[in-house]
Write a protein that binds this ligand. Structure first.
Ligand code: B12
Length: 221
């Protein structure tokens, strides 16, 4: 199995082909699970990325390349994720970001993580126009809307989305996450979402809590 140092080394050197081949080989041989890959390799490599622009003006370029390589990794391991996912839990979530929120990668990671936990997850990507999202509610009929916001400036737009969704269908549960929510600033405290989940462990716990609810209903509680 490719260790964390090897993974980082290859991603820093932009050795995409070698990295992808090693990952696929490890997954084929079942030396590593998709869960482990995400938690111990993929997420740390983007979360720990820093861009000290003054010392390294090329870092923005490197950030774009690393994001794109990560995106490729996530796409190619998707079929393995489908093999590992839990049985369908009967819940559908649609995933989006406010317009002009270009941090789409967190949304993609989280979308896959809901899927791994048995949700039907529909990833609409970043920068989705609000009117398209509202029209899609009738079409998709989701149980939940997952909203990801990284840039705190986009929190206001997120609240506009929440208002519009509530007005259209108040039964849809609104789940939020992303760095912009982590600080829980004064504006976040005024926002009208149902659930804030900090990371993928929180998503595991949330999914498990739904299964407990299903169990209780089944047992007539
Ligand atoms: C990659 C990256 C980019 C890429 C994004 C590419 C893409 N397609 O996503 C690009 C290069 C486009 C970019 C652009 C910018 N970026 Co940027 N970017 C990053 C970087 C390096 C990683 C972000 C990431 O993907 N993290 C990995 C994910 C998985 O982690 P996460 O976001 O924390 O998500 C976890 C949780 O928050 C949670 N979660 C997230 N979303 C959701 C949603 C739900 C529903 C749930 C339940 C949970 C959940 O689960 C995730 C997994 O645990 C960070 C710095 C860093 N090291 O984190 C800066 C960072 C986020 N960017 C930053 C900035 C400032 C920008 C720009 C404004 C730069 C500029 N001047 O142009 C623009 C923003 C443009 C815009 N309008 O959005 C700042 C934000 C600062 C702040 N105020 O908070 C950061 C923190 C860098 C910094 N230290 O200054 N960026």
């Amino acid at each position: 199995m490719i260790n964390r140092e090897q993974f980082n080394d290859l991603i820093v050197k932009e050795e995409k082909e070698q990295l992808i081949n090693l990952l696929i080989d490890s997954l084929d041989k079942e030396i590593v699970s998709v869960r482990e890959l995400y938690k111990e390799r993929i997420l740390p490599s983007i979360e720990d990325f820093e861009c000290p622009f003054q010392e390294d003006p090329l870092c923005i370029w490197k950030e774009h390349v690393r994001t794109s390589t990560t995106r490729t990794i996530i796409e190619v391991i998707y079929p393995y994720l489908l093999k590992e996912r839990k049985p369908f839990n009967g819940k559908k979530i649609i995933m989006t970001c406010p317009s002009e929120e270009y941090h789409e990668l967190p949304l993609r990671v989280v979308s896959d993580w809901f899927e791994l936990n048995g949700f039907k997850s529909v990833f609409a990507g970043g920068n989705t126009p609000l009117n398209a999202l509202i029209m899609a509610l009738d079409y998709e009929k989701p149980d939940y809307l997952g909203l990801s916001v990284s840039n705190p400036y986009n929190l206001y737009k997120a609240q506009n989305i929440i208002d519009a969704v509530r007005e259209k269908d108040s039964s849809i549960g609104i789940i939020v996450g992303g760095r912009a929510f982590n600080k829980n600033n004064d504006f976040v405290k005024t926002m009208d979402f149902d659930v804030f989940l900090k990371n993928i462990d929180d998503i595991d716990a949330f999914a498990a809590s739904l299964m407990v609810d299903v169990g209780k209903k089944r047992d007539g509680e």
